[in-house]
Ligand binder design. Structure first.
Ligand code: NDP
Length: 322
């Protein structure tokens, strides 16, 4: 099969399109032929080595595909369309998917939408339901509002009755963030927290959802209300440097969380709950996944360049066999 392999940590050029032997599923795994593969910022952290991983490896954890060999998995048959967000080595034509990670794809959801909805969608879901349960009437701040997680989080929070302020870097991204439901779209910069305070009668927001990290963290702390929550869930601009916890006290007894999706889909029931909510919202039309770009699998390098270069919006996918 063809796959993307990383032999050394480094830049996007380390994503090599190679031919490797077909994988064989072990107990509890199914063999699935991918039809579309989700690209996520976490794939960048593993490639650069910010997150540790053994070399060489096939990146990716999210895709849609058709079951080629259910390998005895209960409830699945050859030909079923499935999607997953937590199976390793997914930048490939064939993936061994643990049956516990596989979820049937509802009719009507395209391969590209399904392949890029769950990782970002379940992240948004746990952030606004489990890290800080967003309530009707809350005002929240979401960084990178035109990004994959940002657009989904905005839509789900608005559906709960929240008012959403976002940050973006360009006019085109501002339009997309407004389409996702943001009431106020701001630019990054030294005046950011002052603008957020002006929009909230000086109070600050109930919660900040910060996947940008190094460049936004100070503004996040300055924008949150007394006893509010800062959910630091990523580092698109780089990791936040070590700091004195006393800063949380000074900011107003602020709750700081540094969560990861894996800890919020610990059981099959929890996975099915979050994935079900995301897929149902798509089917009902209350959640739109904007697939911002599609690349042939062999062009994974370009996909990473665009993602890291802030050129993408919404979710992005790789298409095998092209
Ligand atoms: P995005 O589509 O949001 O892409 C990242 C965006 O971050 C860019 O488009 C850009 O938007 C913004 N950004 C700001 N500064 C920079 C910078 N210096 N370099 C690159 N981008 C920058 O990606 P995802 O939706 O895949 O992920 C968003 C965040 O969520 C990431 O940090 C990711 O790691 C995190 N994440 C965390 C999870 C968890 O469980 N903890 C799970 C899933 C994702 P703009 O140009 O508008 O600023």
């Amino acid at each position: 099969m063809h796959a993307i392999e990383v032999r050394n940590h480094g830049g996007p050029e380390e994503l090599k399109y190679v031919e490797v032997p077909d994988p064989s599923p072990s107990g509890g795994e199914m063999l699935v032929r991918t039809t579309a593969i989700g690209v996520n910022f976490i794939d960048v952290y593993f490639r650069t080595g910010i997150y540790p991983t053994e070399l060489p490896y096939i990146p990716g954890s999210e895709a849609t595909g058709v079951v080629e060999d259910p390998n005895g998995a209960e409830g699945f048959s050859t030909g079923d369309r499935v999607v997953w967000a937590t199976a390793p080595s997914s930048y490939a034509e064939l993936v061994c998917v643990p049956a516990t990670a596989a979820i049937p794809v509802p009719d009507g959801a395209s391969d590209a939408v399904a392949a890029s909805a769950l990782l970002q969608g379940m992240t948004a879901h746990y952030l606004i339901n489990s890290v800080y349960p967003v309530r009707s009437g809350d005002t929240i701040l979401v960084h990178a509002g035109a990004g994959g997680v940002g657009q989904v989080l905005t839509q789900l929070a608005v559906a709960k009755g929240a008012e959403v302020i976002t940050t973006v870097s360009t006019d085109a991204k501002a339009d997309l963030s407004r389409q996702a439901g943001a009431t106020h779209v701001l630019r990054y910069g030294p005046n950011l927290s002052r603008q957020v305070r002006d929009l909230t009668d000086g109070e600050g927001v109930a919660a900040v959802f910060d996947g940008v990290g190094k460049d936004t963290f100070d503004a996040s702390l300055d924008s949150v209300r007394v006893r509010g929550t800062v959910a630091l869930f990523g580092a698109a601009s780089g990791p936040v440097p070590a700091f004195d916890p006393q800063r949380l006290n000074k900011a107003g007894s602020v709750f700081l969380a540094r969560p990861s999706l894996g800890h919020f889909v610990r059981t099959r029931d929890e996975l099915l709950w979050r994935a079900g909510d995301v897929l149902d919202a798509i089917a009902e039309g209350s959640l739109t996944i904007q697939v911002g770009a599609e690349y042939p699998l062999r062009d994974a390098e370009q996909a990473h360049r665009d993602l890291e270069g802030r050129m993408t919006t919404g979710s992005i996918v790789l298409l095998p066999g092209e």
